[in-house]
Design a protein around this ligand. Structure first.
Ligand code: MF3
Ligand code: CO
Ligand code: CO
Length: 278
């Protein structure tokens, strides 16, 4: 059974109940989400062949510092960077390094910024120069899947409706949904209830209620859904080495639907679409 409780400003522990946030929480998430989106907007100008993911990580850190924010991943469970940079067959949690990006790569950059205690968590897929048609198609599928998942995020629906919408679209495009990583509640905590599976059955899971705040962040593979984590303890890759893509928004459930906290002020949430529109 699922139970609900008002979010306590000082709750530091996942309690097994899904917090319901009020206006203060939504206001905090607006500011944190917007700053995280602005950080990814800034990185749009720097992703190109030859740039290292370490350089992108430095830029993200400096942006956070200059704006009174702190990257939630920095020193998180031993992670030492401000962003995750997941290239090609890396599914998620790729570690920034001194290896330059190459023409044709696709890279997910995932950032979570803490602003006044609130966590804004978002990620996008960036093309590096010209990319293959199959990479373009995968990116299109991941953004469309996320949009369909978000559309299902409204009071009366369930977490399973979100997952089912994502899975149905991804599989109709002959791609697969990663099962090993899920979206998550967030707020003053980085990871909270509920879990948001990106696959599932309509009508199952927890009922969505106004005040819930969580991410939706599907990872979609061109090949099979299976992943493994490399010996660094972080980097998750597709077992069959096929391309993987991910996009993430932080959202809140409202009386009538949802509010997206991590919209791009510059309209760059899908960098590939933004570039192709120019
Ligand atoms: N930002 C990731 C998420 O969407 C979490 C990264 S945790 C890290 O939940 F330690 F790998 F950075
Ligand atoms: Co997340
Ligand atoms: Co994230």
């Amino acid at each position: 059974m699922v139970t609900y409780a008002p979010a306590k400003p000082d709750s530091k522990r996942i309690s097994g109940v899904i917090p319901l946030h009020g206006e203060e929480g939504f206001e905090g998430m607006r500011r944190a989400g917007r700053l995280a989106a602005e950080a990814l907007d800034l990185l749009y100008d720097h992703v190109e062949p030859g740039v290292t993911t370490e350089k992108l990580d430095d830029l993200a850190f400096e942006f956070a510092r200059d704006n009174g924010a702190f990257p939630a991943t920095l020193m998180y469970k031993g992670y030492r960077h401000s962003v995750c940079t997941s290239i090609n067959h890396v599914v998620c949690h790729g570690i920034p390094s001194d290896k330059p990006l190459r023409e044709g790569d696709i890279v997910n950059i995932d950032i979570t910024l803490i602003v006044d205690g609130w966590h804004g968590d978002t990620s996008r897929m960036y093309p590096v120069g010209n990319i293959s048609r199959k990479a373009e198609r995968l990116i299109e599928v991941v953004y469309d899947s996320l949009a369909l998942g978000i559309e299902a995020a409204k009071p009366g629906n369930t977490t399973g409706d979100i997952g089912a919408a994502i899975q149905a679209h991804a599989e109709s495009e002959r791609t697969s949904v990663v099962r090993d990583f899920v979206g998550h509640g967030l707020g003053r905590l980085f990871h909270d209830e509920p879990n948001i599976l990106h696959f599932g059955t309509p009508g199952t899971g927890a009922e969505l209620k106004p005040g819930m705040i969580f991410t939706i962040e599907p990872m979609i593979n061109l090949g099979r859904p299976h992943v493994k984590v490399l010996s660094d303890g972080w980097t998750a890759v597709t077992r069959d080495r096929t391309l993987s893509a991910q996009a993430e928004h932080s959202i809140g459930i409202t009386e009538t639907g949802h509010e997206i906290f991590t919209l791009s002020p510059r309209g760059l949430f899908n960098p590939l679409a933004a570039r192709n529109a120019q």
